[in-house]
Design a protein around this ligand. Structure first.
Ligand SMILES: Nc1ncnc2c1ncn2[C@@H]1O[C@H](COP(=O)(O)OP(=O)(O)O)[C@@H](O)[C@H]1O
Ligand SMILES: [Mg+2]
Length: 263
């Protein structure tokens, strides 16, 4: 492990009857226990409450009931950091890739000289060593997501909250980013909560895939992946079987489509 990582590993995430409501209507009512260092994928229909769950973990929303905990301490009181990664990168457009990463290091209190070296090392980890001086506007969508990942890692989070981070990328770039995420995760061993619409992405990344109900989001089914992230897994019958199971839970299976078309 490189010294730039300085990783404390991941935090265990516990959602214990976590309830978030907007007005009268709950948007999420979730029980989940995520071991430290796991990649847990959340899948669910649009508007069911996936982003709401992540925002509660980031401390941006206060639960109406229940608890969200990191290593057994409520999020609001925890000193462990959760970092959000969004579909739209939130880079500062007037700062170069390097300076965007350095900015995050400033927030962590890293001294000026160490900042430059650490920013370069982080950018190298995401494959952008030759683009440190480029402005976000000069980078492709995939490259901007790489900068965002480097900047996020600079804060040394113990939990990565990823809200459909690769949803706007083309298929090849998306696949590259999935690979990069796995590489980075192997080094940092943060816990990852990853929200996606894409069933294949869920099955390729997750140790477990949690299928949520329509609003309010509750745990509908937990699917364990016995050998997660094994190369070539997507070409095996088990993969297709799980894919089919999940699509059926989401009401998107070919059978349902045929039935509703006939009805
Ligand atoms: N700040 C808010 N005020 C009122 N309703 C909200 C707010 N944020 C989200 N919602 C509603 O809560 C539900 C869940 O939203 P969200 O968590 O964003 O869904 P998802 O990410 O699964 O698509 C949706 O019906 C959404 O309209
Ligand atoms: Mg969302």
């Amino acid at each position: 492990m490189s010294d730039v990582t300085g990783a404390a590993g991941g935090a265990r995430v516990t959602l214990d009857g976590l309830t978030i409501s907007f007005g009268e209507m709950p948007a999420a009512q979730v029980d989940l226990d995520v071991p430290a260092g796991e990649i847990l994928v959340l899948l669910g229909p649009s508007g069911c409450g996936k982003s709401t769950i992540l925002r509660a973990l980031a401390g941006l929303l206060t639960p109406d009931a229940g608890r969200a905990e990191l290593d057994g301490t409520r999020v609001a009181e925890s000193r462990s950091r959760c970092a959000m990664v969004f579909q739209e990168d939130a880079l500062l457009p007037w700062r170069s890739a390097r300076r965007n990463v350095e900015f995050a290091l400033t927030l962590r209190g890293v001294e000026r000289r160490a900042r430059r070296r650490e920013a370069e090392e982080l950018l190298a980890q995401v494959g952008l060593q030759d683009f440190a001086d480029h402005m976000p506007g000069e980078l492709s969508g995939g490259m901007r997501q790489r900068v965002q990942l480097a900047r996020t890692l600079a804060t040394r989070p113990r939990v990565l909250l990823m809200d459909e981070p690769f949803g706007a990328l083309d298929a090849q770039t998306r696949s590259d980013m999935q690979q990069l995420l796995v590489t980075v995760w192997r080094e940092y061993r943060t816990t990852v909560l990853f929200v996606t619409h894409d069933v294949d992405e869920a099955l390729l990344l997750g140790d477990r895939v949690v299928v949520l109900t329509p609003r309010p989001a509750r745990v509908n089914r937990v699917i364990e992946i016995p050998e997660p992230r094994r190369p070539g897994a997507q070409f095996e019958p088990e993969f297709a079987r799980r894919r089919y199971e999940i699509l059926a839970l989401l009401g998107e299976s070919p059978d349902e489509a045929l039935t509703s078309a006939a009805g």
